[in-house]
Design a binder for this molecule. Structure first.
Ligand SMILES: [Zn+2]
Length: 914
């Protein structure tokens, strides 16, 4: 292992004062007075490659690290300099302040840089003087210039030279004690048979700081060959990623006049030969180079070790430049560099005129076509398929912040692509938390350490935080998904649940949805929320979460679309979709979707349209100021088809169970809450057993809005009818919903909503509201076939919802039902049969008109025998009063009850038999 440079342990704050150089804290690089030549032209740089600081004087051309600078100022050896710096309190670790370590530093850092500088200077003049045999290599490279020309050293000679292998070895190994033979074996540079003299092209990371050497030469039969030497920068290399430096770096420091209007722009090619050719052509006529440099990035293998050459930090050395990166095709390294330089990118084939036009014209063309790297990257990614795009992003080496910044600013399409695949994209997946680096991969979150440590093997992705616009005290909801074992599990939970202890929540969640217990390090339980948030900042959405008719916006809104009063469709999906949100499966109306099969006259289709008419009646009711009515499904056939129709309309289902009194209250509140939130019919189902008869007891008796669809027994349907507005569909024959209902039933509502809105909610003529609804449905679908079946279906609806006397009629029907089944008995006054059967008594006293007495105890007894809901007595009284049927409330034979007009009673009984 190579030792680090001793210069990397100290910085300018320690060294410059010792050299009587005044320097103030500020951004780097900084310019100070040169202690060697006194010119105010000494630039101090941060040295990102070898560590510490670097100096370069634009006046006296002194360069090197600060130990070298101090050594020059003090006029003493490197050894003496380091000892003196250490004595003065410079922070050099003691183990490096030994003769041996200092000798190593001198040989491999300070001395090596000096040796390279010297070798490069010699190479320039050796080539110029034709002392090296590289002419055929130059010809092969098509540089089209003659090194023998007098102006050459000051022109292209600045960027290249010719050297023998011996010269190269002497410089880059800086081991004078070793022979050429030994070096050529150990060095593994230019070591294959056939190498002779080579063209040397240096890449610099700072002025006169050599980082990489590129060699060109004719190698035996192979012809023109290249080789590369990367100057090692010690153990500081991260992931074997090494700054390559720039070819023609000097032009960045040159004070150029600006005849072509490039301003502070510097052009960066990724192919040094193309760049050198263009520069060489330009410099045939001038000593002033174009602002053109070249990087050389990519993988580089030497023996067993591979390093990745990048251009990441070199841009910071000339921060005022606006860099434009040009390449013929989309390559990850272009964007990596451009991201770090915050530069522009131009991807275009070599302009045809490149070889003919003036080089500065070529650069102007590139400048005109360059745009910010994020824009170009976005565009280029859109040209790829998803797999290719992900692969491309994965190959980027840019720091996570850059990619995360790109994610925030790119197009929605690419953003969604990134989010879908963030588990696969390492750069999108590193955050700092508790001073640790957390990495996200497709197997979870890890602490990035020499030995990676699992934080959680599931990843929480919070997509949105949903706030209730109606209720600021309401707990915000977090929606997103959990990635576990390569599967995605969507979730919605309250902010406080996940924020309090995300680890505990995650375990419970995955146990529930996947039957798996994830690994979560307990000490990180409460940090998972922050980790999740850092990886992906959720979008905050304020919404009222309501569906159905929206009076304020005059539109019908469903999770996937909304349609306004003019019939215009907005297919922006809603952000908040909850368990009881209706219409989750209903998409915007699709032109040409045929519902013809639903118009065939079959028993199932008739029932379907009966139910649809009732459902549509409730969906439209709040928009046109009508009351909703309960939809009661009575009998097997009615239940089977009616439920399917309700689900086809997007109704959510509440399963209500038990029969305890508290549950009845809870159920009532729950139903009211859901139907109050969404103007949409809700399916209420009983869970098991006969409990359902009582489940709705509180709700039926209360003054709740009746927007539900529910199966009811015959008796219960009458009780319901006493207590509120209902529409019933009665069919005992077990008719199953057809495939057509299951498959195309869901297209009915979207089309109808669009149609009804296009007519500004105006209904066609009809005998009743339900018939009007049926007519509007017919109008919607009459292009799909003969739609008259819809009206026939609507005729099946037992609709008393608009009749004020209906409640009283339902009361009579209930009693008739009991009488017919022998559960009650109708007797005349004086007939005192002593049995326990509850009785309805006809009283015909001479002084009064005859009346029918229904006792409350008698009614209670029969209801209790059937475990049926007790209707509120007051409601029965009111119903009879409204119908003008109540003679009196009185006692008879010790039972309180209702005295009902006999004539009215008989009229109703006749109606029941119709
Ligand atoms: Zn100087």
């Amino acid at each position: 292992m190579l030792q680090p440079s001793i210069n990397s342990f100290i910085d300018w704050r320690q060294v410059l004062p010792l050299l009587d150089v005044e320097a103030k804290e500020g951004s780097m690089p900084m310019i100070v007075r040169c202690p060697l030549c006194r010119a105010h032209q000494l630039t101090i740089y941060d040295d990102n490659r070898f560590g510490g600081n670097w100096h370069y004087c634009n006046n006296c051309k002194s360069s090197g690290d600060l130990i070298v600078l101090a050594s020059k100022v003090w006029g003493v050896s490197i050894l003496q300099t380091i000892l003196r710096l250490a004595d003065a309190g410079a922070t050099i670790p003691e183990k490096y302040v030994t003769d041996q370590q200092i000798a190593k530093y001198e040989s491999r850092y300070a001395g090596l840089q000096e040796a390279c500088k010297k070798m490069l200077w010699n190479a320039t003049y050796d080539m110029h003087a034709n002392r090296t045999r590289v002419r055929s290599a130059i010809t092969s490279m098509a540089l089209l210039m003659d090194p023998l020309q007098p102006s050459w050293p000051k022109r292209m000679g600045r960027f290249m030279g010719g050297a023998s292998r011996g010269d190269v070895y002497k410089a880059i190994f800086n081991r004078p004690e070793l022979s050429f033979g030994v070096l050529s074996k150990t060095g593994r540079v230019l070591d294959k048979a056939g190498w002779r003299d080579v063209i040397v092209i240096p890449f610099h990371t700072l002025p006169q700081q050599c980082a990489t050497l590129l060699f060109y030469g004719i190698r035996g039969m192979e012809g023109l060959s290249t080789d590369l030497h990367v100057i090692d920068c010690g153990p500081g290399v991260i992931n074997r990623r090494v700054e390559s430096g720039l070819c023609m770096y000097d032009v960045l420091c040159d004070k150029l006049t600006d005849p072509y209007g490039f301003g502070n722009v510097a052009f960066v090619f990724n192919d040094p030969i193309v760049a050198l050719r263009l520069q060489a052509r330009h410099m045939r006529d001038t000593s002033q180079p174009l602002p053109l440099v070249s990087s050389r990035t990519g993988e580089f293998t030497r023996g067993n070790s591979t390093v990745t050459l990048t251009s990441q930090d070199v841009w910071t050395t000339c921060p005022k430049k606006q860099y434009i990166f040009w390449n013929t095709h989309m390559a990850p390294e272009i964007f990596d560099s451009a991201a770090m330089a915050n530069g522009l990118v131009c991807i275009s084939p070599i302009p045809e005129t490149m070889t003919r036009q003036a080089p500065h014209t070529v650069l102007s063309f590139i400048q005109q076509n360059a745009r910010p790297w994020m824009v170009v990257l976005d565009e280029q990614l859109q040209l790829l398929n998803e797999e290719e795009a992900v692969e491309f992003i994965r190959s980027l080496l840019m720091v996570p912040e850059c990619l995360q910044q790109f994610r925030r600013h790119c197009s929605t399409k690419i953003q969604e692509l990134l989010d879908r695949n963030s588990g696969k994209i390492h750069s999108l997946s590193t955050v700092q938390i508790k001073k640790k680096t957390i990495v996200e991969s497709d197997v979870g979150w890890f602490i990035n350490d020499r030995k990676p440590e699992c934080v959680s093997n599931a990843v929480i992705r919070m997509v949105k935080i949903l706030c209730d616009a109606d209720d600021e005290d309401a707990e915000p909801i977090v929606s997103g998904f959990v990635l576990y074992d390569k599967k995605s599990y969507p979730f919605q939970t309250t902010l406080s649940t996940i924020n309090k202890n995300a680890g505990s929540w995650l375990k419970k969640f995955l146990l529930r949805v996947a039957g798996e217990l994830p690994v979560v390090r307990n000490s990180w339980n409460t940090d998972l929320f922050d980790i999740a948030r850092q990886f992906h900042e959720p979008q905050v959405v304020v919404d009222d979460k309501r569906f159905g008719w929206r009076p304020k916006k005059s539109c019908f809104r469903l999770p996937q679309f909304s349609v306004n009063i003019h019939g215009e469709i907005d297919d922006t999906p809603a952000d908040i979709v909850e368990e009881f949100s209706p219409g989750t499966e209903l998409g915007p109306p699709v032109l040409g979707q045929d519902i013809g099969p639903l118009l065939c006259d079959t028993p199932a289709n008739r029932l379907f349209w009966a139910a649809i008419s009732c459902l549509c009646a409730n969906i439209l009711a709040p928009a046109i100021g009508k009351r909703t009515a309960g939809i009661g499904l009575v009998g097997r056939g009615s239940i089977l088809v009616g439920r399917s129709a309700a689900f086809a309309c997007g109704s959510a289902e509440l399963r209500a169970g038990c029969i305890s009194v508290t549950t009845q209250d809870k159920t009532a509140r729950r139903i009211d809450e859901i139907t109050g939130r969404h103007n949409w019919p809700l399916v209420v189902s009983a869970d098991g057993g006969g409990g359902h008869k009582m489940t709705l007891s509180t709700w039926l008796n209360g003054a709740y809005n009746r927007n539900i669809v529910t199966p009811l027994g015959v008796d219960l349907s009458y009780i319901a009818g006493i207590l509120g507005p209902w529409r019933f569909i009665r069919e005992n024959t077990p008719i199953a919903a057809s495939m057509a209902i299951h498959e195309i039933g869901k297209f009915v509502i979207p089309h109808w909503l669009k149609c009804i809105c296009e007519n500004q909610l105006k209904l066609p003529q009809g005998d009743s509201y339900i018939q009007q609804i049926a007519m509007s449905l017919r109008k919607t679908f009459n292009l799909h076939g003969d739609a008259s079946l819809i009206s026939k279906g609507a005729d099946l609806v037992d609709d008393g919802s608009a009749d004020p006397e209906n409640s009283a009629l339902q009361f009579v029907r209930l009693l008739m039902e009991f009488l017919q089944r022998g559960r009650m008995r109708f007797v005349h006054e004086g007939e005192h049969k002593k049995n326990a059967i509850p009785k309805i008594v006809r009283i015909a006293a001479d002084s009064q008109r005859p009346a029918v007495f229904v006792g409350k105890d008698a009614l209670h007894t029969v209801l209790a025998n059937h475990t049926l809901v007790f209707p509120d007595h007051q409601k029965i009284t009111e119903a009879l009063q409204i119908a003008g049927a109540l003679r009196d409330e009185c006692a008879y034979n010790g039972d309180n009850g209702w005295l009902i007009d006999d004539e009215w009673w008989h009229l109703q009984v006749e109606k029941c038999h119709e």
